[in-house]
Design a protein around this ligand. Structure first.
Ligand code: NAI
Ligand code: MG
Length: 353
């Protein structure tokens, strides 16, 4: 179990330190090696995804990332920006499946923008395709053309998916559903978009290999509505890159704090990069204020999806539940009546639990 550890920038090193302590406490044979990605890599080598990191990333079974970026690198040319390192590594490793759980722990029910009775106990997983769809499809562009007798600017993009791309993301989603509540909702817009009619047809075909998972279909506009009306009806949702971009951000807000949300990006062999959904939080970096739980929960996802170590994943998740039940809170989830702790003390509490 070879892990490439990428602490990154801002709060990255602080939250990563706590996740590593938790991983080390599990008594597993984990081999961890650190590498530079993002702004710290730019400072040390002039490029956000240096060759030494590329080598380690390719050799590793899994990658654990803190976050990259910060204002001190914002004026660099686009090619050298820390975010380029992130896009580069995703592309380099072919990480096409983005898994974003949205979990609302009952103890944090007041942090959601929805009424506690609608969201309390929410536990859904959105599986988003990450490397295709209208974001990458050709042709694309903006140009001046003659339209209805006048010269006007015209803009266009292409929504395109090949069968293999749809099959492989559905396979990831069905397998994730098998490990959870065995319900999969495939989201499309087949009433107006042919590309997503193909998506729906293939979802039905792939479902024959997973008779233990109940497949349903929903149009994306209805799915957006249902996520705020009755989000607990869902277990796993799977959709394309653009719909997934929007729905996963919508779902993340149901849970209150960005400091709690892990994510995974997987390839076809369950090699994956695991990272919190938040950024490098430069405003609180170096102050022992950041919530390390999203990173610790990302490490739990790594144990589950890459290393198939469900028991260890559940131990970590149970420890996180316990510290919340005990009342430990970092600033982002603090409420009167709970105990405010820093990054390291939160790590201590998870270790103790
Ligand atoms: P951000 O997620 O870093 O911060 C947004 C707000 O949430 C801030 O007030 C921050 O203090 C707070 N926050 C974030 N994570 C937290 C945590 N674990 N505990 C407590 N509070 C937390 O987003 P922002 O400010 O838009 O971006 C800051 C930098 O991060 C930028 O350079 C951006 O490009 C980069 N970024 C990197 C990402 C990545 O590495 N995957 C993703 C998003 C942004
Ligand atoms: Mg987005």
């Amino acid at each position: 179990m070879k892990i490439c550890v990428l602490p990154g920038d801002g709060i990255g090193p602080e939250i990563m330190a706590q996740a590593i302590r938790v991983l080390n406490a599990l008594g597993l044979k984990l081999e961890m090696e650190e590498a530079l990605l993002g702004g710290c890599a730019v400072d040390a080598t002039g490029t956000p995804y240096p060759e030494a990191t590329q080598k380690l990333a390719r050799e590793a079974d899994a990658l654990l990332l803190g976050a990259v970026g910060g204002p001190q690198w914002d004026s660099l040319p686009r090619e050298q920006r820390p975010e380029r390192g992130l896009l580069g590594i995703r592309k380099d490793l072919g990480l096409f499946a983005n898994l974003r759980p949205a979990i609302l722990y009952p103890e944090l029910a007041n942090a959601s923008s929805l009424k506690p009775e609608i969201v309390s106990g929410l536990d859904i997983l959105i599986v988003r395709e990450l490397t295709g769809d209208i974001y990458f499809g050709q042709p694309r562009g903006i140009e001046v053309r003659e339209v209805e007798g006048t010269q006007q600017r015209v803009g266009w993009n292409t929504m395109i998916y090949a069968e293999y791309e749809i099959r492989r993301i559905l396979k990831v989603a069905f397998e994730a559903a098998q490990k959870r509540g065995k319900k999969l909702c495939s989201v499309d817009k087949m009433n107006v978009l042919e590309c997503t009619q193909l998506w729906r047809d293939i979802a039905i075909e792939v479902s024959r290999d997973y008779p233990d998972v109940e497949l349903s279909h929903m149009l994306v506009d209805n799915a957006a509505m249902q996520l705020v009306r009755a989000p607990k009806q869902f277990d796993v949702m799977v959709t394309g890159n653009m719909f997934g971009d929007i729905l996963s951000d919508e779902a993340s807000m149901l849970t209150g704090s960005i400091g709690m949300l892990p994510s995974a990006s997987l390839d076809a062999n369950n090699k994956g990069m695991y990272e919190p959904s938040h950024g490098s939080a430069p405003d609180i970096a170096g102050k022992d204020l950041a919530n390390p739980l999203a990173t610790i929960l990302s490490a739990a996802m790594m144990l589950r999806y890459t290393f198939n170590h469900e028991e260890a994943a559940q131990r970590v998740e149970a420890a996180v539940r316990k510290v919340l039940a005990q009342g430990f809170r970092t600033g982002d989830i603090y409420e009167p009546g709970t105990q405010k702790v820093g990054t390291r003390a939160m790590g201590d509490a998870v270790l103790a639990a």
